[in-house]
Design a protein around this ligand. Structure first.
Ligand code: AMP
Length: 281
């Protein structure tokens, strides 16, 4: 496995594989790697001949009062994790490499970025689409792997790929959870043992909604009200949103019909946690 820090070295490093027609898979991450990231690497490893993992804590996707500074950066452990998953190349650029002095371009997907997390994290998705577009141009992968954990992000990136004609396939990978249901996240490290227990109310509420819908409930307002109540009664927290939207267009639903995304974002202790499930109406 090689570790590469510059765009120039990455391009020349991948040139032989590209010339040989080997399929290149890209797994973009911000590091602090866990089983969720590993699952993406494993799927990429199965489907591609060259696997590139990028590790870059992208400053443009953090708001001014968010956790950019304190975001975990365990570089050595991350490299060991990538080696363990038989990754070929780890791309770990500096901020200056990705955003050189004088850069002024941003990639923005409209409409799909207005609701859900976009409403509470202004500019977040512009940062995501900008860095992902740059990574796509740098690596030029055949496939790129994203987790359903960040459901809105996947919808937004798929739209960007269509709109900007990026010649690659987006592969969406399922959410990996702890045995008790908590969705894995680098931000789970921020949780105290009490927070960690309380955070189970998120996956618990989603599971309750899934079961209640399977039993016939179709009324979105009733579902959302009960989910909010379950989360609020778990302890001190701040709910950004609990919403049920069309899984493709992200337009809010009033009744459960077709593929619906049930998504939520909740602040518990120092962490802002997101989770979701997709249900069929
Ligand atoms: P991050 O490092 O948080 O930016 O995540 C990098 C990629 O890993 C994104 O595509 C995430 O959706 C994905 N990911 C993070 N956590 C999980 C998880 N628990 N299950 C599946 N994918 C995940």
């Amino acid at each position: 496995m090689r570790k590469i820090e510059t765009i120039h070295d990455l391009r020349s490093g991948l040139a032989p594989a590209r010339r040989a027609g080997r399929t290149i898979g890209l797994v973009p991450t911000m590091g602090a790697l866990h089983e969720g990231h590993r699952s993406l690497m494993r799927i990429a490893r199965q489907q591609c001949q060259e696997v590139v993992v990028s590790i870059f804590v992208n400053p443009t996707q953090f708001g001014p009062n968010e956790d950019y500074q304190r975001y975990p950066r365990p570089a050595e452990a991350d490299l060991a994790c990538c080696a363990d998953e038989r990754v070929d190349t780890v791309f770990m650029p500096s901020v200056e490499e990705m955003y050189p002095v004088g850069e002024t371009t941003r990639v923005a997907v409209t409409r799909l970025t207005e609701g859900l997390c976009g409403r509470f994290r202004p500019g977040h998705f512009d940062g995501v689409t900008t860095v992902v577009a740059k990574l796509f141009n740098i690596v030029q992968p055949d496939r790129a792997y994203f987790g359903q954990k960040d459901a809105q992000q996947v919808v937004v990136i798929r739209q960007m790929v269509r709109d900007l004609c990026f010649p690659l396939e987006i592969v969406t990978c399922p959410i990996i959870r702890e045995p008790d249901g908590l969705a894995m996240s680098s931000r789970n490290m921020y949780l105290s043992p009490a927070d960690r227990k309380q955070a189970l109310s998120l996956s618990g509420a989603l599971r309750w909604a899934q079961q209640t819908i399977a039993a016939g409930q179709r009324d979105v307002a009733a579902l959302v009200a009960e989910m909010r109540e379950q989360i609020a009664s778990s302890g001190r927290c701040r709910i950004d949103y609990v919403e049920i939207v069309d899984a493709d267009s992200l337009v809010p639903k009033t009744t459960i019909t077709g593929r619906c995304l049930i998504a939520l974002a909740v602040h518990i202790g120092p962490a802002r946690l997101i989770d979701n499930v997709v249900v069929e109406g």
